[in-house]
Design a protein around this ligand. Sequence first.
Ligand SMILES: [Zn+2]
Length: 198
Amino acid sequence: MGTYRTVVAPFPCEHCHATFASDVQFKTGDDRDMQRYEQGQSVAGDPLLRPGSVFEAFADRYCPTCSGLLSRDSALLVRAALFELVEANMLVLKRYGVVLTWSELLALKNGPWNSQPPHLQEWLSGRSLSLHFTNEVDDQTFQATGSAAVSRVERRSTQLLAERGWHTDSGVIRDDLQVLVSASAQLWATLPASPNVA
Ligand SMILES: [Zn+2]
């Protein structure tokens, strides 16, 4: 990540559409001081921020409230996707090669779950579990298909997130912003569709 400068600008959250004070980050090549600016602040005299300069910029796609909701939904929906596919008999959970019983499954399903999105493979490994496609006849093929079964769950949880209005394909950081220095040496962070502020 390194160092960068920040313009604090009011931008809309892509989930709730409320305006929030977004930290828009950009790099000039010398950002050791991690300068922070207000929207429209004068930067006259800074040789790295000459009038007419344009910088690519990054910011959180979602406001802090929605970021928290997304984190919670991601965690819940990975679990929902996992048990949906297991209960639909498309995937099988095993411990040391033995298929889990329904009561073992139920205990896992209702047991504690991270509030942060878990890395599914780590979650499985931490419980000595492995995930298989139902039509696998033995564990010989597991090395080849175990990660595919995990990917199957992750794809389903992405679908469930989309059904709740989260479009996570493009990530939680948006990189389509610009920071520009106007002719009067004011610094502006802009959305891609905004007309130039001159
Ligand atoms: Zn929001």
